[in-house]
Design a protein around this ligand. Structure first.
Ligand SMILES: [Zn+2]
Length: 244
């Protein structure tokens, strides 16, 4: 290390007044696959004036812009490895310092486990911030399986249908070309349920982590996009003092 002249000299042992780098609101949106988290994140970030931050997008942007962290992340991804949490969290902090994140960020898809949640808390604390609220879109497992496993495609052209969201006029027949509809193994209820169970385990731990800290705000995710959106907005606005 070289000299630290030019930095503020610490007065006394600690100086809690005044953040070195003010950090905006940090909202951690939680929800299982199929709960509509991505859709709600887009709606809410716009309405609340928060930057929508999905870690996948963060990686892609950093790699595209060839930032130092992007270069590090790319090396891991090129080897087919997960990007370490320390790198991801540095990217998140960098993202928080961008002009469009002045009011804060809405995190979508991070943290995925309690180690990440803990690392995020520590990094935010060092930067003078904290997680303000963790709204949780609650949807029963059976509903999630139905939403995630209702996909059928036609044999002729692969035209997609969904049992609930976009059913064909005649069950099992493509509206467009009359060919048979089938479900890929990946979309069959048993496969979907097995995959979902694994993901729900990690989510339950993250949910408990924020509940223990008094930050969790469960919202009924069965009410349709607009109803869920209203509930989430009210929760976040109350917790952050945001106007919409
Ligand atoms: Zn078709």
């Amino acid at each position: 290390m070289t000299s630290s002249i030019g930095r503020d000299s610490p007065i006394g042992s600690s100086s809690p007044i005044g953040r070195n780098s003010p950090i905006g609101r940090v909202v951690v949106l939680l929800g299982a696959p199929g709960a509509g988290k991505g859709t709600q994140a887009q709606i809410l970030s716009k309405r609340l004036g928060l930057a929508h931050v999905a870690t996948g997008d963060l990686f892609r942007a950093a790699v595209r812009d060839e930032t130092p962290l992007g270069t590090v992340a790319k090396a891991y991804m090129d080897r087919g490895e997960l990007v370490p949490d320390t790198v991801t969290i540095k990217m998140l902090l960098e993202r928080l310092s961008k002009p469009d994140a002045a009011a804060g960020i809405l995190l979508d898809g991070f943290p995925r486990n309690t180690a990440q949640a803990d690392a995020l808390d520590k990094a935010l604390a060092e930067a003078g911030g904290s997680v303000d609220i963790a709204p949780y879109i609650e949807v029963p497992e059976s509903d999630l399986v139905a939403r995630l496993s209702g996909r059928w495609i036609c044999r002729a052209e692969g035209h997609p249908y969904h049992e609930q969201a976009n059913p064909p006029l005649v069950a099992g027949v493509c509206d467009i070309d009359g060919s048979e509809l089938y479900q890929r193994t990946d979309d069959q209820p048993a496969t979907v349920q097995a995959r979902l169970r694994q993901q729900l385990g990690a989510l339950a731990e993250v949910v408990a982590y924020y509940r223990d800290r008094g930050l969790l705000k469960p919202v009924d995710g069965r009410r349709g996009i607009d109803g869920v959106s209203e509930d989430l907005f009210a929760s976040i606005a109350a917790a952050t003092g945001t106007q919409g």
